[in-house]
Design a protein around this ligand. Sequence first.
Ligand SMILES: [Zn+2]
Ligand SMILES: [Zn+2]
Length: 247
Amino acid sequence: MFRGAAASRCYTSGMVEPKSALDASRDRFVQITIPVGMLHCNCSIVGDLATGEALVIDPGDEVSRILELLGRHKLTVKAIVSTHAHIDHVGGLYKLRQYTGAPVMMHRDDVPLYQGMDVQAAFLGVATPETGEIDQLLTDGDVLQWGSLAAQVMHTPGHSPGSISLYVPRAAGEIASVTPPQLFAGDTLFAGSIGRTDLWGGSMDVIMDSLRSKLLQLPDETVVHPGHGPRTSIGEERHSNPFLIHK
Ligand SMILES: [Zn+2]
Ligand SMILES: [Zn+2]
């Protein structure tokens, strides 16, 4: 089920892990991405150090590490967002919600995947992680706000029906003046590849439409944080990703 597909993938074992380090660390903002769990899902923390508010994206596993990072930066979780409901991205949702009390958010079209966690776990041969309530269902165009930051929810289906990307534009907050726009792309777009479409609810036509009509509309300088592997940029992928060039 989760083995590598021929042309597109959810993950590969050979990908270079992103650095477990502070990215875009400024006086006021912190953005941290760490790979968690056996499939190395990138979990991201985006925090406003002035207000102490943070968003956590895709806490797939290793919640104790995530909590340690939050504590180190004195951050309180304002919301926990799942880019999609594959087990490697949602395995820690319940536990992080238990510890922080923060609301869990995902797109409604991936709720069936979340509710079928035992099926996903069986395919991987792992124990089923605890699942709980979803506090807020996201739709395209929603805006999430925390501290002085804001992110736009972009529904980018194709890897799964409810896959979303989160876009933090240049205009959102003071981070605007010092860093380029940021995109948290889940498993829709990777450095040099795109999300696999052979899992439940996947569609190559649909993911290509999401990429062309939404992600490729973003500015070239947008920094992309994929769900697995190293970060990249929209411009880099527009010009070198074999799935996107000449599209
Ligand atoms: Zn994944
Ligand atoms: Zn996935």
